[in-house]
Structure formats: structure tokens, C-alpha cells
Design a protein around this ligand. Structure first.
Ligand SMILES: Cc1cc2nc3c(=O)[nH]c(=O)nc-3n(C[C@H](O)[C@H](O)[C@H](O)COP(=O)(O)O)c2cc1C
Length: 436
């Protein structure tokens, strides 16, 4: 309880999601303007957050662009490179997919950003949601096998990051020896999914290990996280889900020979904030006006992987109303969380189609005032359900400002967040240099 938590800010333009981009003050014109994100990261650094985080996907539905920015986004590693150049302390967590990106490219990007940021990079390792049509040379494996591929990819990336150690550099002008070639070694990896000779094309390792973030929370995802992740970006709509996930991951980590506290649970914290609850509720509703009933039904069907045409309108629903998936789901984590919510709430169809898990996300959701968020964060922390969180400000940039200007300082005053860049947990792994 005395150790501050770890807090990150998502730079994923969540404040433009749904219909929120239509607000006069949304700055939607700047969605692809790197200076917007650099400015936000600088504000997050002034607030002493541990890291900024950029999730990413590699697919775009052209029709989605009629209604909002959707999955359209700058490349996360290029964006965070600009952020790293304009900040000194804050961690930069970039996303790359083991299903679509080759380990060599991943390792090279990480080593480059690690060097450019002087040791502040972490890798959000995703197995991907969709986008296989853009990567024709490699099949998109079924969900469990994607984790086996991810394991091999991670092994190769880590071997490549060790293959040209920074201390191999000699720069001995007198003798003319630039680097110790004995220390630079090919990795000669011959695996099921990847064949990679190595070594990496630049020295790495001067700043230590690159921490790993991970998100999928199916049984396979949890097993992966427990063995390899430093932090889990968790979809946890309730305290019970977060608590169960954290307890389970800590047990699995111990079974895998790790210290339980090595895997930190950082739920996404979706925030619709205003100075009154009524205004916050308006913000949330305004942000979700874009989805009509057929679109909500289509979202429900896509999350669960089934047709939902015949659902009754006149009674409460339970898991028994939903057949097993007939098509692969994008994310088993999201399907399982939604079914869990249906089992606990037994919603009518109308209520179901208004749930955040259907219309926006399965994240921890606070629609209210800064005091409401503070109360919930302190309660989840007191219940030992979290090691921190990743803030996802929604509805407006004002929501983000309230988070940085009011929520963070109060949590700091309560000892729940750090006030300087020289301490604990993942902060120690990511932030190598103190800020004061
Ligand atoms: C909270 C959360 C965030 C995710 N973020 C991303 C992302 O940014 N990019 C991506 O390609 N996949 C993302 N994923 C998908 C996961 O990497 C994974 O591929 C998917 O959830 C399937 O794994 P599962 O079977 O364990 O759910 C995310 C999943 C979750 C639960």
C-alpha cells in the first residue's frame, strides 16, 4: 500500500472516439499531427506519469471513415520516437504485433527507440486483432497458436537485442578496432515460425532489458503474460474482474518461477470527466450517438462471433440465449467479458445494446467528476485489485485535462502515484533517469 502505483496515459485519441470528434473543440484536424501527441506527452511528463502508451492496429474498414477516425493512425513507433526526442523521463510504450511484424523488424525498432529515448521504451506485444489481408506472406493463425508464435517471436527479439551488445564497441582509434567481433554473434534461429540469422544491425542493451506489456487475457493470454510480461494492459470492467485477473496472474507467475509482483495489472481506465456528473453523462451520451440499433447489433455479433438476429426484446437475457461462436472472435478476452456481464446483469436487449462493452470498450469506465475517479482508483487500490492503470480519456480533451490537472495531483497527494522520476516498479525498469 505504501508503494505508488504505475500510471500511464494512452495517446490513442480516445477523446475523438465515437461521435466525440464532432465537438467544436475536439481538435479532430490534429488527429495525425504529431505535435498534438508530443504536447500531450510533455504534459503527462510534467504530471510525472510513468509512461505514455500507444496501442495500434493494422487494418482499416473504409466504410468506418464516414463516421470517425476509427483505426486510422500514425505508426506508433514513429510517433513515439518524436515524443522521446521532446521528453526526458517519461516511458514510451509502443505496440507491435507478433502475427504481422517480423521479429527482426521489431527488434530493430525497439533497439532504435531504446537508443533514441535513452532507455525509456517498452514493447506492448500484441498478437493482433485483424489485418491479415495486409500481410499476405504469412497466415493469421488461430488464437491459441498465435500465442505460440508470439512466444517464439519474443524469444527471437530478445536474442537479437543481445546479439550486438553495446559493450562490444571499442572505438579504438589507435589500433583501428571499431568493435569486438567476438562479442557480436549471429543468433542462427531455426524455429517453427521464424528463421532468423542475426545479428542485429545496431548495438543494444546499454539501457537494460526492454519491458514487455501484453493485453489478451484468455487462458492462453494469461499464461503468456504470467511467464513473460512486466505489465498487463487489462480490460477490467469491474473490480472483481481486475482482482481475479491479478490474483490469477500472480499465482501463474509464481508457478513459472517468477516473483508474483513482476507482472503488474494495469487496467485501461476509460474516463468521461466533467465538473458535474450530469455533464459527464452528457459527454458519454454525445460520444455514442453515432451508433444506430443495426450497428449496435452488428457490434454485438462481431464481439461474440455469432448471429444475434433473433434475440427477444421483451425479457431479460442470459448466457443461455447466446450460442457458441460460429466464427472466430477477434478477441476471446472481449467475448468472455461480455458474456460474464450478461450472466451477472441479465440485461434486456435494449440495456445490452447500450453497455460500454458493446458500444465502446470493456474497460473500467468512470463517467463522473474527478472526485468519482479518485474515489474508485483508491478503492481498487485498497482492494489490491490493481498495480496502476492506463488512462483512456474519452468524450473531449477537457476530460483529459481534468485527469492530468485534478485527478493525478490528488492521487499523488494521497501517495498513490509518484511525484518524481526515481522510484519504483515498472518505473524503475522504464525510467532509467530521475527527473529531479
Ligand atoms: C485490452 C486489450 C487491448 C488490446 N490492444 C490491442 C492493440 O492495440 N492492437 C492489437 O493488434 N491487438 C490488441 N489486442 C488484442 C490482443 O493482442 C489479442 O490478440 C487478442 O485479445 C486475442 O487474445 P485473447 O484470445 O487472449 O483474447 C488487445 C486486447 C485487449 C484485451
Amino acid at each position: 500500500m505504501t508503494t505508488p502505483m504505475i500510471a500511464g496515459l494512452s495517446l490513442a485519441s480516445t477523446w475523438l472516439s465515437g461521435s466525440a470528434w464532432r465537438r467544436a473543440d475536439s481538435q479532430a484536424e490534429r488527429h495525425h499531427d504529431v505535435d498534438l501527441y508530443v504536447g500531450l506527452a510533455q504534459r503527462a511528463e510534467r504530471a510525472c506519469l510513468d509512461f505514455v502508451f500507444r496501442p495500434d492496429t493494422v487494418f482499416l474498414d473504409p466504410l468506418s471513415q464516414a463516421q470517425g477516425p476509427g483505426t486510422s493512425a500514425l505508426d506508433p513507433t514513429l510517433l513515439l520516437t518524436c515524443v522521446a526526442r521532446a521528453t526526458q523521463h517519461i516511458g514510451v510504450v509502443t505496440t507491435m504485433s507478433t502475427s504481422f511484424q517480423d521479429p527482426f523488424h521489431i527488434a530493430r525498432s525497439l533497439a532504435s527507440l531504446q537508443t533514441i529515448s535513452a532507455g525509456r521504451v517498452a514493447w506492448n506485444l500484441v498478437t493482433g486483432l485483424e489485418g491479415q489481408g495486409n500481410f499476405g506472406h504469412r497466415p493469421f493463425l488461430e488464437a491459441s497458436e498465435r500465442y505460440r508464435q508470439a512466444e517464439e517471436s519474443l524469444q527471437v527479439v530478445q536474442a537479437l537485442l543481445r546479439s550486438y551488445p553495446a559493450d562490444a564497441l571499442r572505438l579504438d582509434r589507435d589500433s583501428g578496432l571499431y568493435a569486438d567481433t567476438q562479442a557480436i554473434r549471429p543468433i542462427d534461429h531455426q524455429g517453427k515460425y521464424f528463421q532468423v540469422q542475426g545479428p542485429l544491425t545496431l548495438p543494444a542493451g546499454r539501457f537494460g532489458r526492454v519491458p514487455i506489456f501484453q493485453a489478451g487475457a484468455s487462458a492462453d493470454g494469461q499464461s503468456f503474460a504470467a511467464r513473460f510480461a512486466d505489465a498487463v494492459f487489462a480490460a477490467a470492467p469491474t473490480l472483481a474482474v481486475a482482482s481475479e485477473l491479478r490474483t490469477g496472474l500472480r499465482q501463474l507467475a509464481a508457478q513459472a518461477g517468477r516473483s508474483p509482483q513482476d507482472v503488474r495489472v494495469l487496467p485501461g481506465l476509460s474516463l468521461y470527466l466533467a465538473s458535474t456528473r450530469a455533464e459527464a453523462q452528457d459527454l458519454f451520451e454525445q460520444a455514442h450517438t453515432h451508433l444506430d440499433r443495426p450497428q449496435r447489433l452488428a457490434k454485438l455479433a462481431s464481439i461474440l462471433g455469432i448471429a444475434v438476429d433473433g434475440l427477444p426484446n421483451d425479457r431479460r437475457l442470459g448466457p443461455e440465449d447466446f450460442a457458441a461462436p460460429t466464427q472466430p472472435v477477434r478477441s476471446r478476452t472481449h467475448a468472455e467479458l461480455l458474456l460474464r456481464r450478461i450472466a451477472s446483469d441479465r440485461p434486456t436487449l435494449e440495456t445490452l445494446l447500450a453497455l460500454p462493452e458493446v458500444v465502446s470498450s470493456a474497460h473500467w469506465q468512470v463517467i463522473g467528476t474527478p472526485a468519482d475517479v479518485i474515489e474508485q482508483v483508491l478503492a481498487w487500490r485498497a482492494a489490491d485489485a490493481i498495480d496502476g492503470f492506463i488512462a483512456l480519456p474519452g468524450g473531449s480533451l477537457g476530460s483529459l485535462a481534468l485527469f492530468l490537472d485534478q485527478v493525478v495531483p490528488t492521487l499523488q497527494a494521497a501517495g498513490a502515484l509518484k511525484t518524481a522520476y526515481h522510484d519504483v516498479g515498472l518505473g524503475r525498469v522504464i525510467n532509467q533517469s530521475p527527473c529531479n
